[in-house]
Write a protein that binds this ligand. Structure first.
Ligand SMILES: [Cu+2]
Length: 230
């Protein structure tokens, strides 16, 4: 994944110059230990040691955080973006956390030489459960989810596989890579609530004020502490 993972979509269709909110999501204190994942139920997957990716901290920076402008703050995109993509690769989802706009489809590939099933739940309610046979074309799936929902994706064959698609009503979102960095561009001047969401560590918020002009930038400071749970 790129150092700064952005949604890569045009910003909202607003007149006038727009600026950027950026920052780095930090993890303060001692992160939980990443223990080896037991994958011996499928010989295809059980190649080399893989550590748990529940909480991935590198030099105090937190990976897999969806950072967004709070829902309800910006217009919806004029047109729906192309489907967001997830690959099943080495018996894991890539990416593990991603953002969707309301109505945006999800395209799920299987690059593995083994069978997966793709099960999606929102709030504990099943949305779909589809087979992903090795070599089959990608699945294109509708989430039906609303802004603020989290579509939880899992595989019953390989219970360690988890991905999370977080739904927004606008395109100002990004997901942190290993360096914890994010950038939300295309924002008109104003005050914003910036929300961070992590699958196991929960939500943090901060406020920023973005000035006018195309070169306007603001820094959002977001951090989690060791031992905290949502
Ligand atoms: Cu699987």
């Amino acid at each position: 994944m790129a150092a700064v993972a952005s949604c890569g979509l045009p910003g909202p269709a607003l007149a006038g110059p727009t600026g950027t909110v950026r920052g780095t999501v930090r993890f303060e204190g001692t992160p939980p230990e990443r223990t080896p994942v037991r994958r011996d139920t499928d010989p295809y997957c059980n190649r080399g040691e893989v550590l748990s990716d529940d909480v991935v901290v590198t030099h105090g920076k937190l990976k897999d955080v969806l950072v967004r402008v709070k829902n309800g703050s910006l217009p919806a995109p004029a047109a729906l973006p192309a489907p967001a993509q997830i690959d099943q690769q080495a018996c894991a989802y890539t990416p593990r956390v991603l953002g969707l706009v309301v109505g945006q489809q999800l395209l799920v590939r299987n690059s593995d030489g083994t069978f997966h099933n793709v099960r999606g739940n929102v709030g504990g309610k099943l949305v779909w459960n589809r087979p992903a046979i090795a070599g089959d074309p990608a699945l294109t799936l509708d989430s039906g989810a609303r802004a603020g929902d989290v579509l939880e994706i899992g595989c019953d064959v390989h219970p360690w596989m988890h991905a999370y698609a977080v739904v927004q009503d606008h395109t100002a979102f990004a997901v942190t890579g290993a360096d914890g960095a994010f950038e939300l561009s295309g924002l008109p001047a104003g005050s914003y609530t910036i929300e961070a969401w992590h699958p196991t560590l929960g939500t943090r918020t901060t406020r920023v004020k973005l000035g006018p002009g195309a070169k306007a930038t603001a820094t959002a400071r977001l951090s989690y502490q060791g031992g905290e749970r949502r």
